[in-house]
Design a protein around this ligand. Structure first.
Ligand code: HEC
Length: 472
């Protein structure tokens, strides 16, 4: 029944869909099989969308609700860049469907967000591209491929960010980047007739650096903030591991990696500790829990983690215990592990783990035939390995040596107003005074001070700022 007060697409529903779904569900993107870019497309798929967003399904894939994809439990811990619909948004959508899914006045439809193409960070210092385009067969199968890119670096390089740019957004599901000494993978490449080499859950070698970068749809790359950096060792190549999603048509991909060097000297290097278990055994027809503990012997600040298992993975929980507090620090819980959605997860602020802390990671594996992803039917004994039918327990953690104040070190993007030098949310003569002071006497500058955007802070910024204030 339609009433005057009924919700309509243009005013009530299009903002929800365009702000949360079209990033992926539009032409040329990972969710192109289901474009949701206008009333007609959403109307025709309204029940499918209800199923995906309401959590009424069996929740067997990437959490419950299943869309937008965000496998982590948001009531357990708060992480950066969470993707979700609020309870209100879900209710409005379901109510709109119940009320007849009316369009309303098309003129009032919410605008599609601006989707920037290319880098989300800026102009890269160096770009490494796949040497040839890779052919992906349209056979509805996953394809896991490693490609090796030469850096030509003859000295160690401090890196602010490695940003993976998918050549084919519909095909590339996720990517991981590591460095390896030159020549390490020559044999692997030579054995494989196609460009690159086959690799499912790893890189085909353990002679690799820390993880240097990665990609998953919807996750934005960032530069390491304030004085933090990673390093690419001299004479190394990059291995890029790409997971191509199942496709219904033949396609090609020419992905690339943007490299951003650290401009100012690094004060702290991002370090990595991988919590691993090589010796677990997963008997058929049962659930098995694997629990590993990282004993932290230094004072550190935790900044990221990436739980990783294969198709038998069912759930993850990771938490820390410190010697200084009786409280458990919840890091992440993934109630429904999904191999398709793997992210680097960051807390909002660095987490201080004093010497003597313990980080516990628990993965439960479902090696029964109730697991729709079980690669073996009937289920088989399963052990560590890189193949689709093998399993992994693998959690890299990124951290830095602790410095006082790290607890307040925000890891996301700081919002700022250009020219708001004194950070009082206003733009006026006080900012000019502060800027002149900074230039004459030094002090800590922020991105807000580089008013003319030339990456240096000097009298030209004062001129631009005065002009901005006078003309506003
Ligand atoms: C980060 C990318 C991304 C975002 C954001 C996203 N989707 Fe998806 N969606 C996908 C991909 C990829 C698939 C297919 C593979 C899968 O289910 O993981 C999918 C699957 C679906 C399906 C089919 C699910 C099924 O199991 O049958 C529906 C319906 C859907 N999405 C709706 C939505 C809606 C509605 C939103 C916004 C509230 C949304 N998606 C946000 C990428 C995304």
């Amino acid at each position: 029944m339609q009433s005057v007060f009924a919700l309509n697409y243009s005013e009530d529903i299009s903002p929800i869909i365009y702000d949360n779904c079209t990033l992926c569900h539009r032409e040329g993107e990972i969710g192109a099989f289901l474009p949701l870019t206008n009333y007609q497309e959403v109307f025709e798929n309204r029940y499918w969308i209800s199923y995906a967003i309401s959590g009424n399904g069996d929740g067997s894939r990437h959490g419950n609700p299943i869309m937008p994809p965000w496998p982590a439990d948001r009531s357990y811990s708060t992480l950066l860049d969470e993707m979700y619909l609020s309870e209100d948004e879900i209710h409005s959508y379901l109510e709109w469907v119940d009320e007849g899914a009316m369009q309303g006045d098309p003129a009032l439809e919410y605008p599609m967000p601006d989707y920037p193409t290319g880098s989300a960070i800026g102009v890269p210092d160096m770009v490494l591209e796949l040497e040839e385009s890779y052919f992906i067969e349209g056979n509805f199968q996953d394809d896991y491929r490693c490609f090796v890119l030469e850096t030509g670096f003859t000295e160690d390089k401090d890196i602010a960010a490695l940003e993976f740019i998918p050549g084919n957004l519909e095909a590339v599901h996720h990517a991981l980047i590591v460095a390896t000494p030159e020549g390490t993978t020559d044999a692997l490449e030579a054995e494989d007739p196609e460009y690159g080499y086959d690799c499912f859950g790893g890189f085909g070698t353990f002679n690799i650096s820390d993880f240097l970068g990665g990609y998953a749809p919807g996750v934005r790359s960032r530069e390491w903030p304030n004085g933090l950096a990673q390093q690419i060792p001299a004479n190394s190549e990059l291995i890029v591991q790409i997971h191509y999603a199942p496709l219904g048509s033949d396609q090609t991909d020419l992905s690339s990696v943007n490299i951003f060097f650290k401009e100012e000297p690094a004060q702290r290097y991002v370090q990595e500790r991988v919590l691993i278990n090589f010796t677990f055994q997963l008997p058929p027809n049962q659930l098995t829990e694997v629990h590993e503990v990282w004993n932290v012997y230094q004072d550190i600040s935790l900044i990221q983690f990436l739980p990783h298992s294969h198709l038998l993975g069912k759930s993850w929980e990771i938490f820390a215990l410190t010697p200084t507090s009786p409280d458990t620090i919840p890091l992440i819980k993934i109630p429904q592990w999904d191999f398709d959605w793997q992210f680097w997860y960051s807390p909002e602020y660095m987490i201080h783990l004093p010497q003597g802390s313990e980080v516990h990671a628990i993965c439960t594996y479902d090696n029964t035939s109730n697991n729709p992803d079980n690669p073996n039917n009937p289920p088989q004994w399963t052990y560590w390995g890189e193949g689709t039918e093998d399993e992994m327990f693998f959690v890299p953690f990124r951290y830095v040596d602790y410095q006082p104040g790290d607890e307040n070190f925000y890891l996301g993007d700081l919002e700022y107003i250009l020219g708001d030098v004194n950070n009082d949310s206003l733009l006026n003569v006080l900012d000019v005074v502060s800027l002149v002071n900074l230039i004459l006497n030094g002090g800590e500058t922020t991105p807000a001070c580089d008013v003319n955007g030339d990456e240096s802070i000097n009298v030209l910024d004062v001129v631009t700022l005065v002009n901005m204030i006078l003309s506003s």
